[in-house]
Design a protein around this ligand. Sequence first.
Ligand code: PAP
Length: 336
Amino acid sequence: MAHSCPKSSFIYDSCKDPEKSQQEFQEIISKAPKNSEWFAFSDLYQYQGFWFTPKFLEGTILAQEQFRHQSNDIILCSYPRTGTTWLKSLSFAIMNRNNSDSLINPLHSVMPHECVPFLEVDLFQRKSIKYYPKVPLVATHLPYSLLPDSVMDSTCKLVYICRDPKDVFVSLWHFLGNVKDKETKIDEFSLQKGFDLFCNGVSLHGPYWDHVLGYWRASLEFSENILFIKYEDLKEKTSLHVKRLAEFMGYPFSLDEQREGVVEKIIEICDFHNLRNLEVNKKGEYAIFESVVVQNNKYFRKGQVGDWKNYLTAEMQERLDCIVDQKLQGSGLTLC
Ligand code: PAP
């Protein structure tokens, strides 16, 4: 086999100067525009053009100040509900495929979000999280412009996944309705209300189109270091894109591996239905933050392209497509 199992090089230490970072965070949040309509896990605050919950914002500031990447780190970037869990699973399985223990064990018993930590959540906000096994992969929902300087100034490899905004919205709306927050009572949140906010750019880590455009433009400029993938393409030509992903990550499949069916095996392990039917993903829970807990099965809802047709009217479709087309005009990218 071509590679030995890589070791994680991320900094898992908690904040070095917690008081300074806390002060800075409090100052930013006290001045930031606030939106209380999109309940997410709490109110949203606008920072440098994007909307965050306080916890995500705190993690963003900590990560910006303290994250130091190593040369072999690979960062999986995404807007929420665009295929993060799938991308994490595939990248993890690709990188971990020569682990002498077993190719499949970790993803069989550990939720993909616990195989690959989130930069702005897990690396700096959790004191005692355990990831198994640690590999030099980290994920983030941060927009490109808010990535830590140490990433921007480096040749660190980034993979970005995006998805049809209509499916993103429908997936996000379902997801937020299922989050259990110990601190706030979640009332019914209408599809129309969420849709209006999403179209106005007010959503967790939104506006969605700005999030996508940031990575898209960067991927054109730094094509060697940023791989841009569409969820729909990954669905349609999984094998092709998995090979492309492995090659980009620096873990290409050898001819022997291809002959032995390793690519297909990885695809099968990470297949939506396979992951969804695992005990850990059917019954387990994942704490995004200590007070925000989600059942693992909410990360495996339908996994389909075009599910928006079951929820959005023709007017809603036209409205969102029109907004996104306008925002993406001239970029060379289409999402709808
Ligand atoms: P997150 O940002 O909350 O982690 P993320 O993983 O980005 O979510 O996206 C979840 C979506 O990916 C869900 O889409 P749906 O609501 O339209 O069903 C989820 O079902 C889908 N998904 C999760 N795992 C897979 C997979 N292995 N293959 C394809 N789609 C998947």
